[in-house]
Each structure stands twice: as C-alpha cells, then as structure tokens.
Ligand binder design. Structure first.
Ligand code: MF3
Ligand code: CO
Ligand code: CO
Length: 272
C-alpha cells in the first residue's frame, strides 16, 4: 500500500524536491566536453551538503557515489568515475536524489554535450522528454497507474523507440523507493488507483530500439542490449487537492507548459 502524505509532509517534500531540482540545474551548467563524471559527482556532494541535505544514492544498497551519470547507451545507474570524460556529441543523464529533513526528492534530466549530437541520440532525447510530459498529463485523482504507462508506451513505440521495463518509477517520501511501482508501459484503467496524498516519480527510460538491458559486471550500470542510445527524464510528483504538483519543477522548466498543452492538471509547488 502507498503511504499517503499529510499536508505537513507535502511541505517537506516540496523542500526536498526543490533542492534536488536546484542541484540538478547547477550540475547541468557544468556539463561540457572535457569534464569527468567524477567531477560532477564531487560538485553534487558539496552542493547537497552545503544545503543541509544528504545525497540519497551514497551507500544506498552499496552504491558508491552521490549521483548516477548515464552516458549514451547506458540506460541508468551509471557510476561516476574520473576515467569517464564527457565528449562532444555525448548525451548524459544526471540523476539527483537528496534527503532533506528526512524526506526524499528525486529528479533527473538528459543533457546534450556540446552541439553536434548525432540524430539517433537527439531522437531518444526528444522522445524521452515528450514521454514524461505525456505520462504526467494523464494523471488525475481516481485514475489508475496503468494509464500513465499506456500514455508513455503508446507514444514512444509509435516513434519506433523501446520503453525500458526493468526499471520503474516509485512512491517516494521518507523512503527512497516506496510503493507503488510506476510502470512506464501498460494498459489503460489497470493497476493501483491514484489517490490524493500520494507522492511518486515518473521517470521513463527510452531506448533507440530494443527495450531490454544488459547488466555490467559492476552490478549497477545498465546498458541497452543493442548499443542504441537511451535517454531519461524524471520528476517527483504530489497528488494534492486541485491537481498534481511537480515538486521538482523550477520556474522556467518547460515541462509545465508542455503538460498543460497536453491537458494535464499540473501546478507549481505552492510557494513558487
Ligand atoms: N535515483 C534513482 C531513481 O530514480 C535511483 C538510484 S539508486 C542508486 O530511482 F543506488 F543507484 F543510486
Ligand atoms: Co526515482
Ligand atoms: Co532518480
């Protein structure tokens, strides 16, 4: 069963979400050819600590770093390393989760490195960005989780892409990964009912073709089986009276506008 949050809890979830978003924005400004993913990790650690929070991934089930950095054909959970240097034309997903005053905020974006990304990388970048908007746009109190997966899968597969099955969105709160699981594929009107007080992530991973992954020997890094590129965007949401708050949206984030165009009932976190 999903843990429903009180309005007091949601105040704290907003703070955690906003700090995760600000951390991600700060890291995005550092993305350039020549920087190592280790340097991004160090910058994240310092920023999060300086803001009175803890990077949730660090030591989570043995994960050794503060953020996940997933380049090109890495789907998710890439481990930052000083041996990994961003190259012109790469795409990189940076996934930030913070724990602030006991609550988690979880968000990720894919960034283009430089301005010469090849078409197959630009394709998954664009489809992943539209996928998260389509998924969020169908969320409403009393609808079901399967509606989210269906909206994402039907769109992404029509674009010729693969939707990753083996990694999913999740409830979030005092726990990093709570119930329910949010599948990014599925059938309308199936699964758990969406209720006020729920907080969960939507974080579709979109592959160029085949949806399957291949686990690397480090037991974290998941790559596409066919070497096609993969992209991901993630937000933490709260279902509140009157609509959906995107807790990890910052003023100016294009996600809000796009979800509204698609008919979604989304709102800025209240204090923005
Ligand atoms: N932030 C990831 C998510 O969206 C989880 C990372 S788990 C870690 O759920 F251990 F790899 F950090
Ligand atoms: Co997540
Ligand atoms: Co995440």
């Amino acid at each position: 069963m999903a843990k429903l949050k009180s309005s007091q809890d949601i105040l704290l979830m907003r703070d955690a979400g906003q700090l995760a978003a600000k951390t991600l924005q700060y890291l995005g400004e550092l993305v350039k050819p020549g920087i190592s993913t280790e340097a991004l990790d160090k910058a994240a650690y310092e920023y999060i600590k300086d803001h009175g929070a803890i990077p949730s991934p660090l030591n989570y089930r043995g994960f050794p770093k503060s953020i996940c950095t997933s380049i090109n054909d890495v789907i998710c959970h890439g481990i930052p390393s000083d041996k990994e240097i961003l190259q012109e034309g790469d795409i990189i997903n940076i996934d930030v989760t913070v724990t602030l005053k006991e609550f988690h905020g979880d968000t990720s974006k894919t960034y283009l490195v430089g301005n010469t990304c090849p078409p197959d990388r630009l394709k998954v970048y664009n489809v992943a960005q539209e996928s998260i908007a389509r998924g969020i746009a169908v969320i409403e109190h009393a609808k079901r989780i399967g509606d989210i997966g269906y909206a994402i899968q039907s769109y992404a597969e029509a674009e010729g892409c693969g939707v990753v099955r083996d990694f999913v969105g999740h409830g979030i709160g005092k726990g990093f990964h709570e119930e329910p699981q949010i599948l990014h594929y599925g059938k309308p009107n199936t699964g758990v009912k969406i209720m006020r007080g729920m907080c969960f992530t939507v974080e579709p991973m979109i592959n160029g073709k085949d949806w399957r992954h291949r686990m690397m020997p480090d037991r974290w890094t998941a790559k596409t089986v066919d070497g096609s590129p993969s992209a991901q965007f993630e937000h933490t949401l709260a279902i509140v009276p009157g609509g959906i708050e995107i807790l990890t949206a910052l003023k100016g984030d294009s996600i809000m506008e796009r979800v509204k165009e698609l008919g979604g009932k989304v709102m800025w976190p209240n204090n923005l």
